[in-house]
Design a protein around this ligand. Structure first.
Ligand SMILES: Cc1ncc(COP(=O)(O)O)c(C=O)c1O
Length: 340
């Protein structure tokens, strides 16, 4: 993990490559520039200025529309005519569905059978074909790859693709434009590493002193495992509570960036996620999904561990696609966590 290294030419060349792609990504045809808002109660609680990057306010209620649209825009006319196939834990699925509809591309999306219903409906209501397959993301992914090979369609990875990473990197570009003064660290939820890869590439190129901290759920910490092993590893099992980030292996492209440019990775428990969902609600009156609360849970852990005060810390509030029915469980666990 990096401690603000002096970049070698090859490594900074990688960042420059992504910065150019990020600057050229035409995401604003569909995505919106989301606000970067102070979270007053959270800031008071943690004695640091906490800013929330409100990606839950995107048209598909997560940042995933950025990478999906950028990727589809790069396809040739022939590829567009053939259609696309993807595998997704649900949020990329909705991004691809919306982007494909906008561009008149046929989309087939494979999701694990455990995908929350509103994510499946979000795909179907946008005109894409949703196929439910396998108990978790790796099974859905294998099936989608088979389908793509059989029909010769383009497979659109949810995270392991430079165009997807560049689309997600526009989040980092916006953060630097919106917060030009003090900025100590950006906390980023990690699933397959597309979001953190894009943000790290942009931010480390322009402001290398800003710490990039990845946050993973304890039950799916594939980036931490890869950094410790020095190579990408496949987790033997993955917990699905934070369904959006329940990935068994970090993507190759994201890992290429993260191994040099991510300063720290924090893992948090499911109860910490529930508690973070409540804290975000208290400040915004919006409810995020478990993966969407990773960054705030990570900030809380980080502040407790490192005893930092008076810093400016950004949390990427990455998504809000949570089934209404699961709110009771979230509220119960949040209450149990605050009592413990
Ligand atoms: C809400 C949410 N947050 C974070 C992530 C992590 O993104 P990535 O897979 O690019 O690491 C995802 C991935 O689907 C997500 O849905």
């Amino acid at each position: 993990m990096s401690t603000c290294p002096v970049p070698s030419t090859a490594v900074s060349g990688l960042l420059e490559h992504y910065v150019k792609k990020i600057l050229a990504a035409p995401v604003y045809d569909l995505a919106v520039r989301t606000p970067l808002q102070v979270a007053p109660a959270l800031s008071l609680l943690l004695d640091n200025q906490v800013l929330l990057k409100r990606e839950d306010l995107q048209p598909t209620f997560s940042f995933k529309i950025r990478g999906a649209y950028n990727k589809l825009m790069q396809l040739s006319a022939e590829q567009k005519a053939c259609g696309v196939i993807t595998a997704s834990a649900g949020n990329h699925a909705q991004g691809v569905a919306l982007a494909a509809r906008e561009l008149g591309i046929k989309a087939t999306i494979v999701m694990p059978c455990s995908t929350p219903e509103l994510k499946v409906l979000g795909v179907r209501s946008r005109g894409a074909q949703a196929v439910l397959h396998g108990e978790s993301f790796p099974f859905a992914l294998a099936h989608a790859l088979q389908l793509a090979e059989a029909c010769g369609c383009t497979f659109v990875s949810p995270f392991d693709d430079p165009d997807v990473i560049a689309g997600q990197g526009t989040v980092g570009m916006e953060i630097l434009r919106q917060q030009q003064g003090a900025l100590d660290a950006i906390f980023v939820p990690v699933g397959g590493g597309g979001l953190i890869g894009g943000i790290a590439a942009y931010v480390k190129y322009l402001r290398p002193e800003v710490r990039i901290v990845g946050v993973e759920a304890e039950g799916s910490s594939c980036l931490l495992a890869a950094l410790r092993a020095g190579e990408r590893v496949v987790l033997p099992s993955v917990d699905g509570f934070a369904d959006g980030t329940a990935v068994a292996q970090i993507g190759a492209y994201g890992f290429e960036i993260c191994r040099d440019w991510v300063d720290d990775v924090i893992t948090v428990s499911n109860d910490e996620l529930c508690s973070a969902i409540k804290l975000i609600y208290d400040d915004t009156r919006s409810i995020v999904e478990p993966s969407g609360a990773l960054a705030v849970a990570g900030i809380r852990r980080y502040v407790g561990q490192h005893r930092v005060r008076g810093q400016t810390l950004v949390a990427v509030n990455s998504g809000a696609n949570i089934n209404f029915d699961s709110l009771r469980h979230v509220a119960e666990r949040a209450a149990a966590h605050s009592a413990s």
